[in-house]
Design a protein around this ligand. Structure first.
Ligand code: ZN
Length: 265
């Protein structure tokens, strides 16, 4: 995390207004003042400001993450408004990152926001990752997910990945531990890796739940509270409300995180 949230005298850089605002979190056992200061020092990149990104961004902004960078080249459409809760009718046609930034600034004026109306690609993403402590993958295309996984692994930046379709959701956390799988290791097991919400539909509260869980995992990683879902896959069935947590093995021949010997072959 970005150091420097303490002055030389050890006094917190959180203002009185911030201490009051975040009081209920600071009172959490294991969070305390250092947790809130770590959050203020944190730089988080959210890729995708659709349903997942809207839910995740609003909780991270409200909780007091110091710097949020929003990355998405899409513009707001009417068909987004049933689930992408930071956008509204009068911002249809605007870039989603600008629409989201407007809502987030209103939610928390202490937040530093950078809105990038671009799609992630292999040229620019490594440069952006160099300045981030954590990435949330809130995209909805397999190719984007694979690219983000590859770049985060190369940069060693922790990744919280979420997805939702129909009434189902998935959540994973990758911190690049020695025996942890990466997204590519898991994606070979997915039965419908290219399924689309446009064709299959999606339930707003399910997307919101997964996005909220992404924010929760991000807060855990930043503050050190609780046990993040590192290297595991959470499957959510919103219609039956069944949750399944799977610890899946790393693929030793994965082209992203496999052994050096394999990658050099
Ligand atoms: Zn892998």
């Amino acid at each position: 995390m970005n150091p420097g949230c303490q002055t030389a005298s050890g006094t917190s850089l959180l203002s009185d207004a911030e201490l009051l605002r975040y009081h209920r979190q600071i009172n959490l056992k294991g969070w305390d003042l250092p947790g809130q200061e770590a959050l203020k020092a944190a730089r988080v990149l959210i890729i995708g400001l659709g349903g997942l990104g809207c839910a995740a961004a609003q909780y991270l902004a409200a909780a007091g993450v110091g710097q949020l960078t929003l990355l998405d080249g899409d513009k707001v459409e009417h068909s987004n408004l049933a689930r992408q809760v930071l956008h509204q009718d009068d911002r249809v046609g605007h870039y989603k990152v600008h629409s989201a930034a407007t809502a987030l600034r209103a939610l928390n004026p202490h937040l530093q926001l950078l809105a990038l109306p671009e799609y992630a690609d292999e040229v620019m993403l490594p440069g952006y990752l160099a300045e981030q402590d954590l990435v949330l993958d809130c995209t909805d295309h397999r190719a984007s997910r694979e690219l983000i996984n590859l770049c985060c692994r190369a940069a060693g930046v922790p990744l919280v990945s979420g997805s939702a379709i129909r009434g189902e959701g998935q959540l994973s956390v990758f911190t690049w531990g020695q025996n942890e799988p990466c997204y590519h290791c898991l994606s070979r097991l997915f039965t419908e890796p290219d399924a689309s919400c446009v064709v299959n539909g999606v339930l707003g509260p399910v997307v919101g739940m997964v996005g909220s869980l992404q924010a929760l995992e991000a807060l855990k990683l930043i503050t050190g509270i609780g046990q993040p879902l590192c290297g595991e896959l959470l499957l959510i069935d919103g219609l039956s409300l069944e949750f399944q947590r799977l610890r899946l093995p790393r693929d030793p021949e994965c082209r992203v995180c496999g052994s050096v010997e394999h990658l050099l072959r």
